[in-house]
Design a protein around this ligand. Structure first.
Ligand SMILES: [Zn+2]
Length: 228
């Protein structure tokens, strides 16, 4: 890890960062493009679970998620979290804890990080007093969900997680929601361990046939965190 961080710093000195979207020199996502990608948040329902996503899974979301997850640009977590942070304020109750959806151990080994965990950490830095914790873990590896039907996804996730016993109001955090199978498994696991799960916030949302309802989200007039 240290070697990778050092190498990336070294490369930064040689090659100035370029915006992923417009190519402007300076940062990986320039200010204008950051405003653009967070401009159409969504209200998302999945099997009775409610949540918000900063954007649809369009070509911009794909570009960003590819750099973040496949190319290992973990520093993009802060940009993504800035587009998600106001969505936390859309929930009626103030959450006490952000809980990231756990990755399979094999993918954490491959990437060196859990994409959902970095987002939860960044979000908690951006909302004073809001904690995050890794209270969920995987007790078995799940299959790659991309080729599975909604029903197969549910079976794939069923009983795959374990939670540390605790309590309090929780929001689930993930980089993307599709059928919501992993979010639902997380909710059930947390509720058995005495947490109250109010919903989820993800960076992107992709519509899965037959199980989704998505509308444009209305952000609170004060820009979020109205319970503060
Ligand atoms: Zn740009």
């Amino acid at each position: 890890m240290l070697q990778t961080a050092g190498m990336s710093l070294f490369l930064d000195l040689l090659i100035p960062a370029k915006c992923l979207f417009c190519g402007q020199l300076g940062t990986r996502v320039c200010e204008d493009c950051e405003v653009e990608i967070g401009s159409e948040p969504r209200l998302v329902y999945r099997d009775g679970l409610i949540g918000f996503s900063a954007m649809g899974y369009d070509s911009n979301a794909k570009t960003l998620l590819r750099s973040y997850k496949e190319l290992g640009e973990s520093e993009l977590a802060s940009v993504m979290a800035r587009t998600m942070v106001n969505l936390i304020g859309c929930f009626e109750q103030r959450p006490e804890l952000l809980v990231p959806i756990p990755s399979n151990r094999s993918s954490v080994r491959e990437r060196g990080f859990n994409p959902a965990e970095l987002l939860a950490r960044e979000l908690s830095l951006q909302v004073p007093g809001l904690r995050w914790s890794n209270v969920l873990g995987r007790i078995r590896e799940t299959k790659d969900q991309s080729k599975l039907t909604p029903t197969e996804r549910k079976q794939n996730q069923l009983g795959s997680m374990i939670a540390k016993v605790g309590g309090g109001r929780v929001l689930l955090i993930d980089d993307i929601v599709t059928t919501g199978a992993s979010l639902l498994a997380a909710k059930e696991t947390l509720e058995r361990a005495d947490y109250i799960v109010d919903g989820f916030v993800t960076f992107a949302e992709t519509e899965a046939k037959g199980c989704t309802l998505t509308t444009q989200a209305q952000l609170p007039a004060d820009g979020g965190t109205s319970w503060n």
